[in-house]
Structures are given as C-alpha cells and as structure tokens.
Design a protein around this ligand. Structure first.
Ligand code: ARG
Length: 292
C-alpha cells in the first residue's frame, strides 16, 4: 500500500462520501419519493388520480380521426361553465378543424367507458389573443347540444369579476387534466412526455407577481391578464392546457384560471402561467359569450 492512503484517510473519505450521497441521489427541491424508470413519478406533476365525479366540470378535448387510442386523441383540457358552453385555451383551438373536435365529460379514464361526448358547433376565441405571447389565452366552445348534468357532469362557476381572493400568493388552487407526468427543466436534456389515461390533479401554489414576471421574461404577458402558480414539485404540463385552475369556495368549485403556458414543467424557477379569469376584460367576454 502506498503511504498516505492509510486507514484513517480512507475512513474519512468514506464518511464524506456517505454524507454527500443522499443529496446526490435525491432530486433537490423535489419530493423525497424514489424516481421510477424514465420519469419522476406519477404526476400531472406531483399529483394523483382523480376519482369519478370528483371534478365534474373537467373535460378532455379530443380530435377524431384515424388514431384509435383515446390517450393519443386527447390534446387539451377544458371546463364546463354552462350546459352548452366549455371554456378552454385559445391556443388549443385552431389546431384541428372544428368538425373533428370532441368534448368528453364525465369520464376519468380516457380508455374507460361512459361519460358524454359532444361536438363543437362554434368556437369563440378571445379577440385580444393574437398569438401565444400576449396572454388572453381564452376560448369558449359552444356545443352541438347541451350536456346532461348529473353526479359526474356539471359546471364550475366562473370567478366573479375583480375577485382575487382565491388567488392570493401562497394560496393553493387545484389544476386537473390528462397532461404529461414528466418533469422538464429548461436547459436540461429534453425528456419524452408521458401521457396518462386517467385524469390527474394537484394543488399548486400561486406565486407573487414578481416571481411570475421573472418566470415569463421570454413571453411578456401582461400581469393584468395572467398569473402564475406552481413549484418545483407541483405543476401542470403539456396536454393540460385549456384545463381549469380552481378552488373550492362556499360549497362550489370556482374557476379562477386556464392552463396557458410554462417553461418546462415543474421547473423551480418557472411556475406555470394561467389566464386570469378575474380580469374584467376576460371575465365580461366569457360571460357574454356563454350567457352567464
Ligand atoms: N402549453 C401547454 C399545453 O399546451 C401547457 C403548459 C403548462 N406548463 C406548465 N409548466 N405549467 O398543454
């Protein structure tokens, strides 16, 4: 044995290694759960499976066509705000022709059975939505015929104009959808998204305006019409767009936001962005279109 690499310094080296190991193995800022192969766990990001009837207003937007797997046909989320009207993101509509759009309500598992499917009779995009950078990522779909409300299918109430009480920084509204479960950090190697067949939901912390602004430097949306929520452990992700951000209040579900955009998913520095439904310009427009 060479001198210098004696028993004592080897022991010291092993102790240092053991001390370092946990922080190397565990994702910093993430949950302490072990990573499963290929992705960071079972998440919307950081969420759990919704049970039937838990969120009766959450719908899946699907495109009809050659694909048979419903998980592949789902491309966005949405929410029922009246029997005949669904709220979604403007960037979700216009990707497929209206005739091929389907709205699925009352089913948690896309590969399962049951629920109600409607077609889209008219698409209303918020007139202020010019492209993805300005915000106003809001659209209303008018259905070919009304949903039949029951335990599994119903409407969320749209937040009252100007009411910000449910979206103070630090509050935890919920978001639900069939979006990817895979965490993405901008600048890191891109990972393949994984789309679940069952709806998932999680709660996300609303951030301050400052944190939202610094997260959105690439896409300077006006804070008057956009706000942020999410953390390094909980976020919406690709495929959740158009879905609702909502809170339980006075015995009902109140929708305060629409999944708009994000840099990566559950990136600690970049919370997700949501259309601000309390903003008068957005709120009044939705109410007028959906006759609320
Ligand atoms: N734009 C995405 C979609 O079309 C939603 C991204 C949300 N991202 C986030 N980090 N919260 O599905």
């Amino acid at each position: 044995m060479r001198s210098g690499v004696g028993g004592r310094s080897l022991a010291a080296f092993v102790i240092v290694l053991l001390l370092l190991l946990p922080s190397v193995v565990q994702p910093i800022g993430g949950e302490a759960k072990p990573r499963s192969r290929g992705h960071t766990g079972e998440r919307i990001i950081g969420g759990s499976v919704a049970s039937p009837g838990q969120f009766p207003f959450v719908v899946a937007l699907m495109v009809s066509g050659q694909k048979t797997d419903p998980v592949k046909r789902q491309f966005c989320g949405g929410s029922i705000i009246a029997e005949r009207y669904v709220l979604t993101a403007a960037h979700c509509v216009g990707v497929a022709p209206r005739q091929r759009l389907q709205v699925l309500a009352g089913r948690v598992n896309l590969r399962g059975e049951g629920g109600q499917v409607r077609r889209v009779a008219a698409i209303y995009r918020n007139p202020n939505y010019i492209d993805a950078r300005v915000g106003y990522d809001v659209a209303v779909l008018e259905l070919d015929r009304p949903f039949a409300f029951n335990e599994a299918v119903g409407a969320a109430s749209l937040v009252t104009e100007g009411d910000e009480s449910l979206q103070q920084p630090g509050s935890f509204p919920a978001v639900a959808g069939w979006g990817s479960l895979v965490r993405q950090i901008p600048g890191k190697k891109a990972r393949r998204p994984h789309y679940p067949s069952a709806m998932r939901w999680t709660t996300v912390p609303v951030t301050t305006r400052d944190r939202c602004q610094s997260a959105n430097w690439l896409t300077p949306r006006d804070a008057a019409v956009v706000f942020c929520a999410g953390s390094g452990a909980h976020d919406s992700c690709q495929g959740d767009s158009g879905g609702p951000l909502f809170a339980h209040h006075d015995g009902e579900w109140v929708q305060i936001g629409i999944v708009d955009a994000g840099l990566g998913c559950a990136a600690p520095k970049f919370p997700g962005m949501y259309a601000r439904l309390s903003a008068p310009v957005i709120n009044q427009w939705v109410r007028q279109i959906a006759k609320l």
